[in-house]
Unconditional design. Sequence first.
Length: 257
Amino acid sequence: MSEKLIEVVDNAGVVRLTINRPKALNALNSAVLTELEAVLTELEQRNDLRAVLITGAGEKSFVAGADITEMREKTPEEARTFASQALRAIKRLEALPVPVVALVNGFCLGGGCELALACDWAVASDNAIFGQPEVLLGVIPGFGGTQRLPRRVGPAMAIDLVTTGRKIDAQEALRIGLVNRVMPQAELEAYAEELTQQLAGNGPLAVRAAKQAVHDGMDQDLDSALALETALFAFCFAGEEQKEGMSAFVEKRKPNF
Ligand code: HXC
């Protein structure tokens, strides 16, 4: 049996996805994207999902970009189809109703950086390297980078990165807000475990509502977005979770969600 390109490990609703092409530094080709979409189809149907972690196999790379060997001979139409497939897969990952964490353990370039940008969290090892080096190959980002990068780090820094193709280290990525945390590679796994346990331990409805408020609100004018927040805030009072959370506070005990 051939090895899976996306390994899936499920720990009580915390699902870890590992892109498994370490010999090509986990570059994203059509086969990886097809497998990712199949995994997402399963995840989208689960209501016990608490958090998703995505990472790259091996110690060297998260994802070193879209697969250059596969793209090299593409016609414009084939390039459009490839980019559309990737955009769809990445959008579906982004739209999962639970927090999605990118565990960036090394190179995070091109399509890899674009994948990380679609995640709610990015946690990086201190040796991670980020960049959108597409212009060095005669193309531009095609997996959403020209749009999600300015939304994450602001247009000036996005223009800098997509027009120079320069690589930045983890500390600079942290400074510009591309990642949430940086830590020594040896501590990254333990931190990811702690983070996902924390996310999984919070009220699942509230965590989903919080993600939805931020994501959906970003696409709306402020008044509509604030109305959305109010609606979701009120919705939280409809279930048991809010009763348990607030009762636990008053009774000086830990909530059991
Ligand atoms: C295909 C890749 C690859 C990629 C690395 N490899 N990145 N294969 N596509 N994006 C392969 C190498 O060819 C090599 O295979 C093996 O992985 C190890 O890589 P090395 O280059 O030998 O490693 P190293 O010297 O450590 O350099 C690491 C690196 C370099 C700096 C990350 O590999 C690199 O610059 N990669 C390309 C990064 C890049 O430009 N990414 C953006 C792609 S464009 P062999 O068989 O020789 O061992 C993109 C556009 C998205 O993402 C939008 C499209 C629509």
